[in-house]
Design a protein around this ligand. Structure first.
Ligand SMILES: O=C(O)CCC(=O)C(=O)O
Length: 274
């Protein structure tokens, strides 16, 4: 169980800097992939490890094709915890972001049902920037690691990123994960070159995208669910930025958080330190 080590090359870093995303080699062996698929099954049955409580579980609607997602799976599942806090993941993120330390901001366990060919937007993830939700963080230099638990392409609702969009800065109103009209969102955000790049992954590969990179995903037309585990990672010295932008992580700083307070307590485990 764990992430296979990989040393980021200069070419990988160049790709990440230029495009705002990078696709890794296979980081999970087949046994770990199976364990994480089992973890998904347990989580959706509410079979939790430990005595903790989940933060919240999102099922976007009662529609059977609706996306399901679970934030902070690491609190209640041992396999998810072992992967999203893995030092090898932290080291890769540190190299891509040019940081000395990496902590977990939060994770997500995402399940997109298959529609067996039916056209529906119920499983869509709207074009958005992750930082659109993370404005309480002192830095935009954060990265999302999206790990595929099966071969993933556009046929089963894989992600697409907008090449180079991390250079656009934090775009107003980009917290649109839950909006499902991709065409409408594109009209809103495609004010510059809009180049959609599919993230095509083999099981166990991950895409690393910058917190400012626009991305989204559409229908899973297959008859199998699309499963993933996602780690959102930040520099070790990230702190609560003035402005009161709402995010549940601010609550994890305690009842009277201070602007400038670092997200460095036990809710934000350290993955890597140089
Ligand atoms: O799973 C998806 O299709 C999108 C996930 C996403 O937006 C993210 O991990 O940042």
């Amino acid at each position: 169980m764990g992430v296979i080590p990989y040393t980021i090359t200069a070419a990988d870093k160049e790709r990440f800097d230029q495009d705002g995303y990078w696709i890794s080699p296979k980081l999970l062996d087949d046994e770990t992939i199976e364990q994480l698929r089992g973890a998904h099954e347990r989580i959706w049955k509410k079979d939790y490890d430990g005595a903790g409580m989940p933060l919240h579980v999102f099922k976007l609607s009662e529609n059977p094709h609706a996306l399901r997602k679970f934030d902070n799976g690491w609190w209640i599942n041992d396999e998810v915890r072992s992967v999203v806090t893995d030092p090898n993941l932290g080291e890769m993120a540190a190299k891509l972001l040019n940081e000395d330390e990496i902590r977990l901001w939060h994770d997500q366990v995402i399940y997109k049902p298959g529609t067996s060919g039916q056209e529906t937007a119920a499983g869509n993830v709207g074009w958005h920037q992750d930082y659109g939700y993370w404005r309480s963080s002192s830095t935009t230099n954060m990265v999302t690691v999206w790990i595929a638990l099966q071969d993933t392409d556009l046929n089963n609702g894989g992600m697409m990123t907008i090449l180079g969009s991390h250079k656009w800065g934090a775009v107003e109103g980009s917290d649109t994960f839950f909006e499902q009209d991709m065409v409408k969102l594109k009209q809103r955000f495609a004010t510059r070159d809009w180049i959609e790049e599919p993230c095509i992954l083999k099981a166990g590969q991950a895409s690393f995208h910058h917190a400012l990179t626009f991305h989204g995903s559409s229908t899973n037309f297959t008859d199998q669910p699309r499963l993933s585990v996602v780690a959102h990672l930040m520099p070790g010295d990230t702190f609560y930025k003035e402005g009161r932008a709402r995010h549940d992580n601010v609550r994890l700083l305690g009842p009277r958080p201070q602007f400038g307070q670092k997200f460095d307590n036990e809710f934000f485990p350290l993955l890597y330190s140089k």
